[in-house]
Design a protein around this ligand. Structure first.
Ligand SMILES: [Cu+2]
Length: 105
């Protein structure tokens, strides 16, 4: 049975970030596909298709490994509005990519 898990990830701002997160999530057991809806300046939406349900801690660990952080619980549809605006303000004040992990600006 295929399962789709939607997560929100903070700090993703460019294609390098997308690749890093996709690579880490793809390594999880049972993951068939990872689709990233990049939203620079806010939490990006990452949709994970897997053959079974994914433990939240595994998803959190993969995102952490890639150098980013979850904006909310892995199975939630959306982060709280005030959280999203906080993230957006953070990203804007940081300027550029700000991910610190992919070497881009
Ligand atoms: Cu980046």
């Amino acid at each position: 049975m295929s399962t789709t898990t939607t997560i929100k990830v903070n700090g993703m701002t460019c294609g390098h970030c997308v690749k890093a997160v996709t690579a880490e999530l793809s390594e999880l057991a049972g993951v068939d596909g990872v689709d990233v809806d990049l939203t620079p300046g806010a939490a990006s939406t990452v949709t994970i298709t897997s053959s079974g349900s994914l433990p939240a801690e595994q998803i959190a660990a993969a995102i952490d490994e890639a150098g980013y952080e979850l904006a909310g619980p892995p199975t939630s549809v959306a982060a709280a509005p005030d959280l999203i605006s906080l993230v957006a303000a953070d990203a804007q004040s940081a300027g550029g990519c700000g991910c610190g992990g992919c070497g881009c600006k």
